[in-house]
Structure formats: structure tokens, C-alpha cells
Design a protein. Structure first.
Length: 185
């Protein structure tokens, strides 16, 4: 049987998602300090089936995936994808702005970051302000998504010393998030 390029691409996508799902189960199991036998038992599946999921040989239904993750102490949730748009300001500066502001895990939001060769401690408000200024002005998309927490940005927004063109590119996103959160300017 000959398959079309579209069918082959679809099979590759399915295999990729099976491997990612398997990694997710394995990470959840390790975080819960459970072996396969224990997680399989508390989630109502067999160890061999859990192993097949973890190795990407089988794909569970959403109900089964949710049950296994729940047994490991996690939730299966739907989260909006965040992408950055690259804009060139009237001043000729390239600025990357995410499609939405998101919350970061605490370790990332309050961890450390290196921007422009300088290390910043994001748990310190003053250093976070300086890091966010540098990131909003010149951060690459991956850096922004990994280190700028939406709630912390909204909290610091009025204190950030940003060039007018950079502030203008980020303002609509920040104002939309403030509006959604019920924050009065």
C-alpha cells in the first residue's frame, strides 16, 4: 500500500505526539517518586500499558491520560499557545512582543537570568525591573517567554524606564491584561 505525503506527515506528527506524551507521563511519574508498577496500580492501568505509553508505542485517550496524570498528582489542562510577533518601531528598533502575557512557574519567574552579559536575580524587585527593561527592549522571543511573567510585568509596568517606541509596542498587551485582571490604571 502506497501512502501519500500527507498521510506520511500525519503519521510522523502522531508519532511525535506519542513520544511527547510518553515523556510527560515519565516526568509526572518521576516527580511523584513512583515506579511504573505503583503509578499503573493507582491509575487503574497495567504496568505494560503504562510502559507502552511512556515509550510512545501506544497513545492513551484523553480520559486515560487525565487519570494517569491525576494519579501522579498533576492535572491535564488546556493552555493557550503564546508566540512572539516581531515588530520594527518607527525608530527602526526590532521589538519582539508575545501574543499574550502568561504566568511562569515560580522558579522561572523568581529565578535568575542573564541578559546582555549581566546576571539578574528576578526575586529582587529592582533587579527584576532592570531585567524586564532589558528584555522588553532587546530580548529574543525565547528569552521573553522564559523570563517575563505577565503578573510581575503588570506590577512593574509603570516603573519601567522604556524608550517610547518600545513602550508603545508593549502597551496594548499590558493594558489588555490589566483590563482582564480588573486592574485600574
Amino acid at each position: 500500500m502506497v501512502s501519500s505525503p500527507l498521510e506520511r506527515a500525519l503519521r510522523q506528527d502522531v508519532a511525535l505526539w506519542a513520544r511527547r506524551g510518553g515523556l510527560l507521563f515519565k516526568q509526572a511519574r518521576h516527580a511523584a517518586s513512583l515506579n511504573q508498577k505503583a503509578l499503573a496500580s493507582v491509575s487503574g492501568t497495567s504496568r505494560t500499558t503504562l510502559s507502552a505509553y511512556e515509550h510512545g508505542r501506544k497513545s492513551p485517550t484523553l480520559e486515560t491520560a487525565g487519570r494517569i496524570l491525576d494519579a501522579a498528582g498533576f492535572r491535564l489542562v488546556l493552555e493557550a499557545k503564546v508566540e512572539c510577533v516581531t515588530r520594527v518601531t518607527g525608530e527602526g528598533r526590532t521589538v519582539h512582543v508575545p501574543s499574550r502575557l502568561s504566568r511562569l512557574p515560580v522558579a522561572a519567574a523568581l529565578g535568575s537570568v542573564q541578559v546582555g552579559g549581566r546576571d539578574y536575580d528576578l526575586s529582587d524587585r529592582g533587579e527584576r525591573r532592570a531585567a524586564y527593561t532589558a528584555l522588553l527592549c532587546a530580548g529574543e522571543p525565547g528569552e521573553l517567554l522564559a523570563h517575563v511573567d505577565g503578573v510581575l510585568l503588570i506590577d512593574l509596568w509603570d516603573e519601567l524606564v522604556l524608550p517610547d517606541d518600545v513602550r508603545a509596542e508593549w502597551r496594548p498587551l499590558v493594558e489588555e491584561a490589566r483590563h482582564e485582571a480588573g486592574v485600574v490604571n
